[in-house]
Design a protein around this ligand. Structure first.
Ligand SMILES: [Zn+2]
Length: 497
């Protein structure tokens, strides 16, 4: 219900803006921002109907033609995770190499870090930073030595000059990332404290101040409320679009993940009055926009490299598995808060190798597709996108008391990757657990089919489930089955149709 209203509101704002255009002074500065965030796939998504960086590139070129003062910014999360990023090329996984190359081809200008930039190994991260031809703005992320990573600026000031009047318009941008993903090679400073520092440094040097952020919406709203010096917030991290306003004048904008949409922000500044008019427009990226052939060539190159890698792992990405007559829902907001037809299909597939298992169980965070596979043909590549990290399905024995603790914690992990998915498990109205139609017996030992990651002790808040946990034993009958191949088998059995 929210979206039609927002769309209507935006149309209304745009209409007012264009009606006002004749009254805008000729001496005004006009700057356009193209903003996007959380992009994992270089190709279109939703079965080709939405997204695709080659389409964004077409829009960017058009905007640039209309207004040479067009600036592109990316609000973080693009090195990882993706299906293509797991493909092996020249002895290492791509780990975002394909994404950086495509963003370079598009001519992206500025980016800030998202938490997923630090999913990859330090050596891979350093390579990606060296390959990136765009500039980085980050005020609160540092290397383990406490210094900014090479080539990263804590802020930038963009200066636009009117040749006739010699008047200038200065736009300051600082970058903030939520401090949640911390491998050894990364240090964070407190986002709010650093924002205060940056604002103090920049406010007298610029006419307009932008916070380019990657943090949750509540933190972004807090940032805007605390610091009225911020004139525009361009954000990321959420995968759905947001448009919120502080006092009706200062917008907080986020676009949809995987460039299902981008934000185009028109900014007019009057140097005499010092006043600015901001008009944001959420632009859907879909098949009505042609793909930029130059960028598409680069996208196709990496797609081919990745597909060859999957072929060498025994997975033919282009192989057609089955036709689905219902959309398969792998949206992160749904799989981390409940069950969908896709989460159930995966849980069921895990029972194939162990038909005697009392239940199957896995962490929802292993599903990374964040997309809906539309009605029609499902390919092996879709399965790689569903579980890009793969994983082995193991047979294990678990004491009822420990199983109950695991299931309870799974519920507590609502909204995160440790939210659990299962087959042959139900929650009764009174909150108890029903296993294979019988209430859980804490003294019984259950046979389960479990994904190796969940059994390893690496899942957040579920570390107590690990190979040395009392009452838990992985049965070493072979090395386990590849989850991707089991999903393919389950789909082939025709249960999807
Ligand atoms: Zn994020």
């Amino acid at each position: 219900m929210k979206r039609p209203f927002v769309m209507f509101l935006m149309l209304f704002i745009n209409l007012i803006f264009y009606l006002m255009l004749p009254f805008v002074c000729l001496g005004d500065f006009h700057v356009t921002f193209l903003h996007f965030n959380d992009v994992y796939e270089i190709t279109p998504v939703s079965g080709g109907a939405e997204g695709g960086l080659a389409r964004v590139s077409t829009l960017y070129k058009k905007l640039h033609k209309e207004n040479p003062n067009t600036i592109s910014v990316l609000g973080g999360d693009f090195f990882s995770p993706s299906a293509m990023g797991t493909a092996v090329y020249k002895g290492d996984s791509l780990a975002g190499k394909q994404m950086v190359d495509v963003l370079n081809a598009m001519g992206l200008q500025y980016a800030t870090f998202g938490n997923h930039e630090f999913d990859i190994k330090e050596s891979q991260f350093k390579s990606r930073m060296a390959e990136a031809e765009f500039a980085w703005i980050s005020s609160n992320v540092f290397g383990s030595d406490g210094k900014p990573f090479s080539g990263v600026k804590e802020s930038v000031i963009l200066e636009f000059t009117d040749n006739d009047s010699e008047k200038t318009f200065k736009v300051g941008i600082f970058g903030i990332t939520l401090p949640v993903n911390k491998p050894d090679y990364v240090e964070y400073a407190d986002p709010m404290e650093i924002a205060a520092e940056q604002i103090a440094k920049l406010k007298d040097k610029c006419d307009f101040l932008i916070a380019l952020t990657h943090q949750n919406i509540n933190s972004d709203e807090k940032l805007l409320t605390l610091y009225e010096e911020i004139d525009l917030l361009l954000g990321g991290h959420e995968h759905v679009n947001y448009q919120r306003w502080r006092g009706g004048f200062t917008p907080l904008l986020k676009a949809d993940a995987n460039v299902r949409s981008v934000y185009v922000v028109d900014l007019r500044f009057n140097p005499d009055s010092g006043k600015t008019v901001i008009v944001p427009q959420l632009v859907p990226i879909n098949d009505t926009i042609a793909e930029d052939p130059e960028v598409k060539t680069v996208v196709d190159k990496w797609t081919k490299i990745a597909f060859n890698s999957f072929l060498s792992q025994g997975l033919n990405p282009e192989e057609e598995i089955t036709k689905t007559d219902e959309p398969l829902n792998g949206l992160e907001s749904d799989v981390r808060t409940g069950t969908t037809n896709l989460t159930s299909l995966i849980a069921k597939s895990m029972l194939i190798p162990y038909p005697d298992a009392d239940l199957s169980i896995y962490n929802s965070g292993s599903i990374r597709i964040d997309d809906v596979i539309p009605v029609g043909m499902v390919t092996v590549y879709d399965v790689i996108r569903i579980v890009p990290f793969g994983g082995k399905v193991l047979k294990a024995e678990i004491k009822g008391s420990l199983l109950k603790k695991v299931l309870d914690q799974g519920n507590t992990n609502y909204g995160s990757g440790g939210y659990l998915q299962y087959a042959k498990v139900l929650r009764s109205n009174r909150g108890g657990w029903i296993i294979n139609d019988i209430p859980i017996d804490i003294n019984k030992t259950y046979v389960i089919s479990i994904l190796d990651f969940l059994a390893s002790g690496k899942e957040q808040n579920l570390e107590f489930l690990n190979p040395s946990a009392e009452g838990f034993k992985v049965i070493k009958d072979g090395k386990g089955k590849d989850i991707r191949k089991l999903i393919i088998d389950e789909m082939k059995s025709g249960l999807v149709q």
